[in-house]
Every structure is written in C-alpha cells, then in structure tokens.
Ligand binder design. Structure first.
Ligand SMILES: NC(=O)c1ccc[n+]([C@@H]2O[C@H](COP(=O)([O-])OP(=O)(O)OC[C@H]3O[C@@H](n4cnc5c(N)ncnc54)[C@H](OP(=O)(O)O)[C@@H]3O)[C@@H](O)[C@H]2O)c1
Length: 335
C-alpha cells in the first residue's frame, strides 16, 4: 500500500478524496490536514461517523514529507504552491487540485497572481486523463484541471480539427454551488440561489484562458473562447454547452464514438445529457449534434469528482503504476 495524505481535508474536494481513499485497495490514508488541524475527520464531517476515525493536523510540509509518498493538495490557489515546492524538493509526489500548476506561467500570472514556484512548472502534467495518460505515468507533479475546463475540453477537443479556427467558440456553462468551495457568500446563499439561475463573470472568467491554452497545446489551434458560467440551485453537477462553426460536414456522434472508443469513463449519449446521471461518479457524458455548419456539444460531469477529486485520484493511480480506474466511483446518486 502506498502512503498518502490529503491537505485541505475540511473542504468539499478534500471530503470527496477521503471518501474514496478510505476503501482504495492501493493507497493507505496516513495524513489529513487543514489550516488549524487539532480535530478529527469525523468531527469536521459528521457524515463520516462510523466510516473513518482519524486525526486532522495543522498542515506541515515536514510531516507530509516524513509520512507520505504522495499527497493531494485540495487547497485554494496560491496556498497550494506554498506547500508543493517543499514537498517536491523532499521527493513527495504531488497531485494539486488548485490552478497553481495548470497553466503556462504567463497565462497564470495574467489571471491569478505572481507564481511563487515557477521552477517546478515544467514538471507539471495537466491531469486531463484521456489526453495525458502516458505523461502521468512518469509524473512527480500532476495539475488537476478546472471543473469547467474538464467538461468543456472533453466535449470539444475531438471536434477541433473540423472547426473553422477563425470562428470563436461559445461556451455556456452551468454549475452547482459546490463549485465555489465551502466559503459562504451572499451570491451562493440559499435565499439568493433558490429557484434562481444567473450568469456570473460573463466573458471574463479565468477558466476561458485555460480552455484556450489547452486547445492550442493539444491541437495547435488558436481559438477564441467566449465563456459564460452560470450558477444553478443544485449542490453538485456541471452542464456545459459548446457552440462552434464547422468547416466540413461530419457525423458528430460517430466522431465521438471513434475518438473515445478506448476511454471507459467517457459515455457518448444519443440524446442530450443531464447532470444527475453523472452525480457521484467519475463519468463524463457527452452528446453532440449538427445543423448545417453549426455544431452543438453538451457535456456533463460531477464538478467535485470528475471535475476535481476522482480525476485527481485517477492521476495518482497512474503516477503510482495502478490501473487508472482503481477505486473510482461509478454508481450515480440516482434517483
Ligand atoms: N469545488 C470544486 O468543484 C472544484 C473543482 C475543481 C478544482 N477545485 C479546486 O480545488 C481546490 C479546493 O477546492 P474546494 O472546493 O475543496 O475548497 P474549500 O471547500 O474552500 O476547501 C478549501 C480547503 O483548504 C484548506 N485550507 C485553506 N487554506 C489553507 C492553509 N493555508 N493551510 C492548510 N489548509 C488550508 C481549508 O481548510 P480550513 O477549513 O482549515 O481553512 C479547506 O480544507 C481549490 O483550489 C479549487 O479551485 C475545486
């Protein structure tokens, strides 16, 4: 068993990681930490009472380095790189869920803050599993994609070679409230969200440059991405609709079936997808249709799992020589 830890165990993605790791056949959970620590995981998450009883400590690079072979950083951006630098130097494998190692330095600094560990950026592998599977096998540092970029890229990447690069992509994304983390805000309060839906950070959300950068990196195509996120009154789930202009006639569903035929966690649907069918799972469901040269792609994931923690676990599996799907959730929370 490989000894692993989770820093950021009181957060939403940290909780999802603990829930999967308690029964993972290849990883032994030996370390949990938060800002303050000095508590028990079942106190932080009463839902885990009777499932796991384990101390939560004040996060310390030294303790992680002494006890873990691999660590998950479920921390806010900027905080993550503060920990990762020392851990990587100590030889601990790192899977980071924040944005700190996802992007080229200039894209990161233009959209987040000054990078405090640029020396390790070249070692980072973008953990979009279906596109970086082989690189992850030798990685010491995996950078978990954003939840919106995960759903968007898995949906649109198979079509990039057929799109008119001069025409911008329009991405209409809808997310449940856990996408923003556990911090309370007026925007995400029940009174504001109940029976409500609205766009936020329209055309200026920082996941747009991530999507554009990865399309360029994977396909060498420079496409303008118009990205508009919305909040929906749901706890979890993300539905992304992508609109593009085709330069040739294609059968969209056939393209998807051929492209993802060896990818067990991508499900191609003959009808538009929904968020409930992926809730609680590592699956990404994709549907696509064409009308003349207009392409519509619909992609659904669980933002906390496929969009964060289960994708991080899939990356850790590959980094440690395990099967990619070991211990990943596949049973949806239906009904
Ligand atoms: N939520 C999603 O759907 C999603 C999807 C993709 C990526 N992500 C990324 O994943 C990361 C975690 O997101 P989340 O939703 O789990 O956030 P969250 O619910 O706000 O949890 C953040 C966690 O970080 C801990 N933390 C903050 N500062 C710390 C410090 N200085 N030292 C130790 N622990 C510290 C917090 O512990 P305390 O409670 O002790 O402060 C808490 O456990 C973020 O970078 C986010 O962008 C999230």
């Amino acid at each position: 068993m490989i000894k692993v830890g989770v820093v950021g165990a009181s957060g939403y993605t940290g909780l999802e990681l603990v829930k999967m790791l308690v029964s993972h056949p290849g990883f032994e959970l030996v370390y949990l930490a938060t800002t303050q620590g000095d508590t028990m995981i079942e106190t932080l998450h009463p839902s885990l009472e009777g499932v796991i009883s384990m101390g939560v400590e004040k996060a310390s690079v030294e303790e992680v380095a002494k006890r873990c072979e691999l660590v998950f950083l479920a921390l806010p951006h900027k905080t993550s790189m503060g920990f990762a630098k020392g851990l990587l130097e100590a030889g601990v494998k790192v899977v980071d869920l924040s944005a700190d190692y996802r992007l080229e330095q200039d894209t990161y600094e233009a959209n987040y803050c000054e990078h405090e560990d640029s020396a390790h950026l070249p070692d980072a592998v973008y953990a979009l599993i279906e596109y970086y599977r082989d690189e992850l096998k030798d990685a010491k540092l995996a950078a978990g994609p954003g939840c919106y970029p995960t759903a968007t890229l898995l949906g649109i990447l198979p079509f990039i070679p057929y799109l008119d690069e001069k025409s911008p992509l329009f991405v209409d994304a809808k997310s449940g409230l856990s996408g923003a983390g556990k911090k309370l805000t007026e925007m995400t309060s029940f009174v504001n969200m109940n029976e409500n839906i609205f766009a936020y950070n329209a055309l200026k959300h920082r996941h747009a440059p991530e999507i554009a950068e990865k399309i360029a990196k994977i396909h060498g195509a420079k496409m303008h991405v118009n990205f508009v996120p919305h909040l929906i009154p749901a706890t979890r789930g993300e539905l992304v609709s992508v609109y593009g202009v085709l330069k040739e006639e294609i059968d969209p569903l056939e393209i998807l079936k051929v492209h993802y035929k060896n990818d067990p966690f991508i499900r191609i649907r003959e009808t538009p997808v929904d968020i409930k069918s992926t809730a609680g799972t590592h699956f990404c469901d994709i549907y696509a249709a064409r009308n003349g040269n207009a392409l519509f792609v619909s992609s659904a994931i669980d933002n906390l799992l496929r969009g964060a923690s289960s994708q991080a676990l899939a990356a850790a599996n590959l980094m440690c020589g395990y099967d990619e799907g070991l211990g990943l959730p596949t049973i949806p929370y239906m009904p």
